[in-house]
Design a protein around this ligand. Structure first.
Ligand code: NZQ
Ligand code: ZN
Length: 405
């Protein structure tokens, strides 16, 4: 190709400089997948450990998971703490923290979905935290290098928390929902039995599909970066979720679907697909504000923000959107631009087909002026530059939220 001297050789640039970033891939979680794995708990947790078993609102009592866990741990000393709510609350976790300290607990076992697991991760970090108030771990983004050891028994595929080292904790008194993490917060093990899916309400299953789907998108929908294998991993998870998502919602007792759903959710956020590539995460950071303000389910807030964020950042994302449109949705069209737009519409239609609405106005009538509050909250939390280019300012966030009204 002949170029005039003022032209940039994009072809050369594309081929030469789009290199995968350097990376380290560390994931020490012993991931135990399949039917009837409960009994292994007895050997996974040290025999002399004083265990605190943590759970949520009681679904484990109804679906038999509680009995399986108690039986497996009949020779262990096990205390219990129930009542961790969806979007785990700091105040509730502080009560559990007192028990851990008073009773000198030395192993935590989370039995539940993302909320119980995240709450347990917070407790793991807070036990060794020496500052004045453990909320500082979230507020000041303190990484946890060493936490109290814990394992998980997953009851709801969605977040990937069972195989990552991140957590999200909410604080109703201040209207905050913040993230934390660090290498000390990987579970020692996670028991992932797909038969738990049969008792999950349809609403939570739909949430799980959309949450996992968005996790993949946050790590994939950026710009081409020469990471060919990561792209294919990401696209295969998206395609699997599109295939099994509707089926698992309609037939939660279909083991084949449940198994593929569970593994897809884990693979969406266990660190593998983010290695060597730019990541976005602006959809999550903005969406957390919607849960903090209105209590909307995590996945539903993602469905509200994702289309709006992608339209807003269309120019920067359009190459990857077109790739996604062609490979995942098998779209063809007159131009990449057309395919990229159609790809956003397809994503929105997929969420809606699962019963998840993509407009904030569907969830609350009280949204006037909310965008400005979210912008302010970004400033308060020091989130001044979001997205893969670190160019989404609080003002941009405000516009993205307005577009989602
Ligand atoms: O409270 P219980 O009784 O356990 O009932 C739960 C809860 O009401 C129910 N449920 C769970 N397993 C069930 C079941 N009901 C019947 N049968 C079962 N087998 O489902 C409801 C929702 O549970 P929850 O744990 O809140 O859902 P999810 O797993 O979607 O977790 C959401 C939380 O995870 C955070 C979210 O922000 C939110 O706070 N996230 C954590 C991430 C991480 N650590 O990596 C990443 C995500 O992006 C997400 O932000
Ligand atoms: Zn999520």
């Amino acid at each position: 190709m002949r170029l005039l001297n003022f032209e940039v050789n994009f072809e050369f640039y594309n081929k030469t400089y789009r290199n995968m970033n350097n990376f380290e891939y560390y994931n020490p979680v012993n991931y135990i997948f399949g039917k009837d794995q409960w009994a292994k708990l007895s050997t996974l947790i040290p025999a002399d450990a004083k265990v605190l078993m943590l759970y949520g609102g009681g679904s484990i009592m109804k679906n038999g998971v509680y009995d399986h866990v108690k039986k497996a741990l009949e020779n262990h000393e096990v205390l219990e703490f129930g009542g961790i709510e969806p979007n785990p609350q700091f105040s509730t976790l502080c009560r559990a923290l007192e028990i851990i300290k008073e009773q000198k607990v030395d192993f935590l076992l989370a039995v539940g979905g993302g909320s119980v697991i995240d709450g347990t991760k917070f407790l793991s970090a807070a036990t060794y935290y020496e500052g004045a108030n453990p909320w500082e771990i979230l507020k000041n983004r303190i990484r946890t290098e060493k936490g109290l050891p814990f394992g998980t028994v997953l009851t709801l595929p969605a977040t990937g928390s069972e195989m990552n080292s991140g957590a999200v904790v909410s604080r109703a008194e201040t209207g905050e929902k913040l993230t934390m993490g660090g290498p000390g917060l990987f579970p020692k093990f996670s028991i992932c039995d797909p038969t738990v899916v049969h008792s999950i309400p349809k609403r939570q299953l739909a949430n799980g599909v959309v949450d996992a789907f968005t996790h993949v998108m946050e790590q994939y929908m950026t710009y081409p970066s020469g990471a060919l294998l990561q792209d294919r991993f990401a696209e295969s998870i998206l395609q699997t979720l599109i295939e099994v998502g509707p089926k698992v919602i309609n037939q939660p007792d279909n083991y084949e679907m449940a198994a593929n759903f569970m593994w897809s959710c884990t693979m969406a956020l266990n660190g593998l697909i983010q290695k060597g590539v730019p990541t976005d995460w602006s959809v999550h950071m903005i969406a957390h504000e919607l849960t903090a303000a209105y209590g909307i389910d995590h996945a539903r807030t993602l469905a509200v923000i994702l289309p709006s964020a992608y339209y807003y950042k269309f120019e920067q994302k359009k190459q990857k959107l077109a790739q996604y449109g062609k490979r995942v949705w098998h779209l063809s069209g007159d131009s990449d631009e057309v395919i990229a737009k159609e790809a956003i519409a397809k994503t929105k239609a997929f969420f809606e087909s699962l019963g998840i609405e993509c407009r904030l106005g569907h969830y609350t009538e009280n949204y006037r002026g909310f965008a400005a509050k979210v912008g302010q909250s970004m400033i308060n939390h020091g989130m001044l530059a979001l997205g893969e280019h670190r160019d989404i300012t609080p003002q941009d966030v405000e516009r993205i939220v307005e577009m989602a009204y």
